[in-house]
Write a protein of this length. Sequence first.
Length: 181
Amino acid sequence: MLTHPTLDLLHQLGLNGMAKAFGEIEASDEATTLSHPEWLALLLDREASYRSDRRLHARLRYAKLRHQAAVEDVDYRVARGLDRALFQKLAEGAWIDAHDNLILCGPTGVGKSWLASALGHKACRDNRSVLYQRIPKLFADLALAHDPIFRSDDARVPQVGARQRQRGSLDGDIRAQKLFL
C-alpha cells in the first residue's frame, strides 16, 4: 500500500485525526493483525475523537475561564456555605438551556471565580458555549452598548454582540461598581 499518498489525501480532505491514526497504526506491529473493518473502525473513532477534542478546546479558549477547574474537583468540606445539591444541579446546566445567567456572590477568598470556572468547563464539555466575564467588564460593555453616541461601525461592536449570542454567562467576583446609563 502507498502510505504517503494516502496520508497526503487524508490531510487534503481535512481528516487530520484519521491521518495521524493511520500513521501510528501503520508504524505499529498491530497493523498486520487488524482486518479491514477493524482498521476503518479504528480510524473513524480516532477522527471523531480528534474533532470532538478540537471543538472542546475551541470552546474553552473562547470561554476565557480564569482557572483550570472541574466540578468533579469541588471540595464540599470547605466551610464556604456551598450547597452540594444546588451546585450539582447547576452543573447539569438546565439553567443554561433556560437562557438564564448565573452570578456567584460571597465573601472574598471563598472560591467564587474557581467555582464559576468549574461550571464553565463542565458546560464546555457538555457542548455548550460559555463566556466567563467579571462584573466590571460586563458593566463596562453594557454601558458602552447603551451609550447614545455609540456608533455601529465602532470596533467594539463585535464584543458586545458576542456577549448577546451566549446561551448562558458566568459572572464571578462581584464588586460594587458605579454605572451611569
